[in-house]
Design a binder for this molecule. Structure first.
Ligand code: NAI
Ligand SMILES: O=C(O)C(=O)[C@H](O)COP(=O)(O)O
Length: 342
């Protein structure tokens, strides 16, 4: 059996070798020719997995060590009989850390001394990531509004609001949807000019979901005309060739590292390994580092801000935007927010 493993996935080297021939490749080296005789691919967001890569391959499993799956053509994989497994929730605590650390950083820079109780936080997309954010936001005392039409439809509308209400009422709006381009709830450019025109409270807008969830040009206009007071951008349209005007204007600007915690990467690798061992009926294989528990139950804004400052990552990207991928590949994985004793 032959498995191609993207070489930047941590905590995996050596573990599958007793069972298969493993070929560790950089994203740009993973091509159709290399995939032809591969039985499985363990990947990240940097490899587009579609017909162009997979046609004619004997690959039967793609395990992505990420939450998002928008780099995978799921329709093609289904048609071709390729099973796809992702790593649900693996780095949700890290993204929540990023969001609240960004809020703290922006408020601090603006000498904004409002208590959390005076802040209405809009969470758009309330799955694994958004749920941690909503929970922490409420624990901190914020007024939290949740927008998730697919969930509202499936579970009944209680506890959910619509995007227009988020636009009208929120001081901070943070996006946590997948990137989807079809269906009733497609998220491509869900924050567009029409959305920004409805903003009433000059919010801080945060995108750590996927770049194209926000129309980046429309966001620039909204910052310029004062509809948006500030932006924290981790995910960009066209990564790694990002919009330099948005880079200049965003208070927080990071190279898609919101989910980059050590714990999140261990969980992601553990989930990818589980997908492989389950699929090929192999004995359980776990990363050498223990798989950590989930998000802290008790946090404070101070404990979050002490655990991570997005200012350093912002400075690095603003200084060297051409190094977008290098900054990611050599990222010093941070630790998640520790449990706070209240
Ligand atoms: N910046 C980073 O490093 C990271 C980014 N992500 C991104 O965050 C996304 C969300 O992650 P999870 O919460 O784990 O995914 P999830 O699948 O658990 O939750 C996504 C939620 O979005 C909702 N949703 C879908 N369409 C919507 C719409 N039009 N309006 C509002 N809500 C909608 C879904 O119903 C679901 O509840 C991932 O798909 C990925 O793209 C995830 C991890 C790290
Ligand atoms: O999990 C996701 O989805 C993400 O966006 C990841 O944090 C990005 O992970 P890599 O593809 O850079 O490993």
């Amino acid at each position: 059996m032959k498995i191609i493993v993207e070489k930047n996935i941590p905590f995996i080297k050596g573990l599958l070798e007793p069972w298969a021939e493993i070929n560790y490749l950089a994203p740009e080296e993973i091509n159709r020719e290399k995939m032809l005789d591969a039985d499985a691919l363990i990947t990240r967001t940097r490899t587009r997995c579609d017909k162009g890569l997979l046609e004619g391959s004997r690959c039967r499993l793609i395990a992505t060590a990420t939450i998002g799956t928008d780099h995978i053509d799921l329709d093609y994989c289904k048609e071709a009989g390729i099973t796809v497994a992702n790593a649900p929730g693996c780095n949700a605590p890290a993204v929540a850390q990023y969001v609240f650390a960004s809020i703290a950083e922006v408020m601090n820079r603006q000498n904004d001394v409002r208590p959390p109780e005076a802040i209405t936080l809009g969470v758009v997309g309330v799955g694994n990531v958004g749920s941690v954010i909503a929970r922490w936001g409420r624990a901190l005392g914020m007024n939290v509004l949740c927008c998730d039409p697919p969930r509202a439809e499936a579970e009944g509308g209680e506890g959910f609001t619509d995007l227009d209400t988020i636009a009208r009422q929120c001081d901070v709006i943070t996006f946590h949807t997948p990137l989807t381009r079809k269906g009733n709830h497609a998220t491509f450019h869900m924050a567009d000019k029409n959305f920004f025109d409805k903003l009433a409270k000059r919010p801080l807008v945060i995108n750590s979901a996927r770049g194209p969830v926000i129309d980046n040009e429309a966001l620039i206009d909204a910052i310029d005309n004062g509809q948006v007071s500030n932006a924290a951008i981790d995910c960009w349209e066209g990564e790694p060739q990002i919009n330099r005007r948005l880079l200049d204007k965003a208070a927080i600007a990071t190279p898609h590292i919101a989910g980059y915690s050590r714990e999140g990467k261990v969980r992601a690798t553990a989930m990818a390994l589980k997908a492989v061992t389950g699929f090929f009926n192999l004995p359980d294989i776990a990363p050498e580092e223990a798989v950590p528990a989930g998000a802290a139950a008790n946090v404070t804004l101070a404990s979050i801000a002490a655990s991570y400052s997005p200012a350093t990552d912002t400075k690095a990207l603003k200084t060297s935007p051409d190094s977008f991928e290098a900054l990611r590949n050599h990222y010093d994985l941070r630790h998640e927010v520790p449990e706070t004793t209240l």
